[in-house]
Design a protein around this ligand. Structure first.
Ligand code: ADP
Length: 491
């Protein structure tokens, strides 16, 4: 099959979170099965250009219809490691992709509506006719709408769309302007409850809802989260829309890329290790301590890696720092906060906690350091409020770092409690799970992990190794997506 992925992120060139990992990892998996995969991204100024090889012009004058006129774009193409990617460069005065950041501007909806339009225009004009267009999250929700309402009438009637939702919280709501800009005129037609009208605000259209209504297949990124989105307020108002479209909606767990997230070959860690030489993990622990000026003692390292926002349970992360320090453990945090209040809180904590030889907080985004922490830590906490899939616990398992997670979303599908899991045998349990969203529950699960580390080190090692044996590669998700694509392309 010929598959084109259209997304706002693709690791490692541009990554704000798990979406970037998924776009890259899934593309690689599909290519390894013999499919032809191309990725279309905006050409941001803030990309990691050192990860792109052979960048060159692929399409010179792409004139993208926009608000009745045209915007001059060009398209460049290059290899992100082994993945062929196309980058849409807009030359308008709006500089949609030259903002020094990926998200967070007031006109984000218009920026990504424009990107979606430009990506389709590129496919149309360059004669590319993929079997499947796979698009992701609200940023590309208008793609199936435009494809089936406009582009199908201009020679793209055979393309099918798989639409993956990585986060229901951000849906992309905007007014009539987005319709007029993209050429989806006739607001009265789209402002309907069964089309794009926002379920909570009748004066807004909702990009994600458009994706759900128009795509041939819709999924979120774990089976449990698919259930939560349909039947609880985790669906953020889209529950009725998902109910109407339930026959084409499912949950497919994300995988991780074995070349990138693998302690046996990871280029970012000083000492490789696997099940056979697990003791070498300790050398990475030593390296992390040296790098962060932590004391070299016999305490476990508890870690957190992730965005510092409400979704990730910041108050619980904050609590876990002190609970770990009070219970004979070290704590390492790597996180970035986009909300000023949260950033200020952690900056403040950092200003004195980093003087503690058992604690280090690193605020910012650092891919290389993340690899070292996964390899060095003993325990990873993931106390999320909600978690569509979660990659940090999956990566931790691969690195023999025991996850302590809250039982929501994809965390339920990937982590099985050492003491209490009723569905999985002792030999496949791989972490600790708590359910209530309060500090007592967190302390209990984190406490059980620390107890096992201190009192039963051999059992703790056995648990860590059981995690390493779990297969959360792209193999199984690749099977599912392949089956989805096969299914929709014949419809
Ligand atoms: P989300 O997509 O909600 O941010 P996921 O757990 O699905 O969360 O994916 C997070 C990804 O981003 C993981 O690969 C994680 O290692 C990475 N990551 C998150 N924060 C940072 C950071 N501050 N520095 C480096 N990598 C990070």
């Amino acid at each position: 099959m010929y598959i084109v992925q259209i997304a706002s992120e693709c690791a490692p060139v541009i990554k704000a979170g798990g979406l970037g990992d998924v776009v890259y990892g899934l593309s690689r998996e599909l290519e390894s099965r013999g499919h032809c995969v191309e990725v279309i991204l905006p050409k941001y100024d803030c990309m990691r250009y050192d990860h792109i090889w052979g960048l060159h012009e692929a399409y010179k004058d792409l004139l993208v219809p926009w608000f009745g006129g045209t915007v001059h774009c060009s398209v460049e193409c290059g290899w992100v490691h082994d993945q062929l990617c196309f980058f849409i460069d807009d030359h308008s005065d709006d500089h949609y992709f030259n903002r020094g950041k990926v998200y967070g501007d007031n006109d984000d909806q218009m920026r990504f509506a424009f990107f979606s339009k430009a990506a389709l225009e590129f496919l149309l004009k360059s004669g590319k006719r993929p079997d499947v267009i796979h698009c992701h999250d609200w940023q590309t929700g208008l793609i199936p709408v435009m494809l089936f309402e406009m582009y199908a009438h201009h020679g793209m009637a055979n393309q099918r769309v798989c639409y993956s939702i990585h986060n229901f919280k951000h849906q992309g709501s905007w007014g009539e302007e987005a319709l007029i800009g993209t050429g989806l005129n006739r607001p009265e037609y789209y402002f309907q409850p069964d089309r794009l009208q926002d379920n909570g605000n009748p004066f807004a259209i909702n990009f994600m809802k458009g994706g759900i209504v128009y795509a041939n297949y819709v999924n979120t990124v774990s089976p449990h989260h698919a259930w939560e989105a349909r039947f609880t307020d985790i669906g953020c108002g889209l529950q009725p829309t998902l109910a109407v479209h339930q026959d084409k909606f499912g949950g497919i767990l994300n995988g991780i890329n074995n070349d990138i997230w693998n302690p046996e070959v990871d280029t970012h860690i000083p000492t490789h290790y696997g099940l056979e030489d697990f003791e070498n993990k300790a050398l990475n622990k030593k390296a992390l301590r040296d790098r962060l000026l932590l004391a070299d003692n016999d305490k476990p390292i508890v870690a957190f890696i992730g965005r510092l926002d409400q979704q990730k349970g910041v108050h619980q992360v904050h609590h876990a720092i002190y609970h770990s320090l009070d219970n004979d453990a070290q704590f390492v945090l790597l996180g970035s906060a986009s909300e000023p209040g949260i950033n200020d809180l952690f900056q403040h904590e950092k200003s004195f906690l980093n003087n503690n030889p058992d604690c280090h907080l690193e605020l910012g985004f650092d891919e290389e350091l993340a690899h070292l922490i996964y390899a060095a830590a003993d325990i990873m906490i993931v106390p999320s409020n909600y978690e569509p899939c979660g990659l940090t616990q999956i990566i931790s398992l691969k690195y023999g770092t025991v996850p302590v997670v809250r039982g929501v979303g994809g965390l339920v599908n990937t982590v099985f409690d050492w003491d209490y899991d009723s569905e999985h045998g002792q030999e496949v349990r791989n972490g600790f799970v708590f359910y209530e969203n309060d500090s007592v529950a967190l302390e209990s699960a984190l406490g059980r992990s620390l107890d096992l580390y201190h009192k039963e080190p051999q059992l703790f090692e056995q648990l860590a190794k059981q995690g390493m044996r779990c297969d959360y590669s792209w193999h199984q998700p690749g099977n599912y997506y392949e089956a989805v694509y096969e299914n929709i392309r014949h419809k």
